[in-house]
Design a binder for this molecule. Structure first.
Ligand SMILES: [Zn+2]
Length: 190
């Protein structure tokens, strides 16, 4: 009985001391069209295994995983984005729109976003956010800066080795922009 009482006190003290930090991985637009179809690059193909390993690590630890999907309709070419980038991509329901095979894990959330940045992030809550995915210089930077504005107290990081840009130069420029906005850039090759 005494032993139980002592154990109870130790247990409660420890529970109080441990504050739970929620960790979230946001996997941006890892869709076939951005990897090896309409707008694919060899840099995008190269990050797929690294992203897969990262997703598996988060899943193993029971941490939150959110995928975003760039999502357009058949009228893409008539949209403001389509007028500036006249390459149909990520048309809802097509193979190019789908997340690359082998990346999705059960229980992960998928957010279909109609623009570069998702305007709904403020409806969620985060402590620590890590972003990976495509493209560094468009959708990763857009969402990272929206998240920074919505969650100024959250720790936000981007794994540079799990991102690729439209070009190598614009990938690096986006990393610098995020760094200047106090987003932590990890695993940068330099
Ligand atoms: Zn798009």
């Amino acid at each position: 009985m005494l032993l139980f009482a002592i154990w109870d006190i130790i247990y409660k003290t420890n529970v109080k001391r441990v504050s739970f930090t929620k960790k979230t991985l946001i996997v941006v637009d890892m869709q076939n069209d951005f990897i090896d179809m309409a707008l694919g690059t060899k840099e995008a193909v190269a990050i797929v295994p690294k992203i897969k390993a990262k997703i598996e690590e988060y899943a193993k630890n029971g941490d939150e995983i959110i995928f975003t999907r760039d999502t357009h309709g058949d009228n893409y070419l008539d949209t403001p984005e389509g007028k500036k980038l006249p390459v149909p991509h990520c048309i809802k329901g097509t193979k190019g729109w789908e997340i690359a095979d082998g990346l999705y894990v059960d229980g992960a959330e998928i957010i279909d976003k109609l623009n570069f940045g998702w305007s709904g992030w403020s409806s969620k809550s985060f402590d620590e956010i890590e972003l990976v995915g495509l493209c560094t210089d468009i959708c990763v930077v857009s969402n990272a800066l929206i998240l920074k504005a919505c969650f100024p107290n959250a720790k936000i990081s981007v794994d540079a080795s799990c991102c690729a840009g439209v070009t190598v130069e614009s990938h690096e420029a986006a990393l610098l922009t995020m760094k200047m906005c106090q987003i932590e850039i990890i695993n940068e090759v330099n």
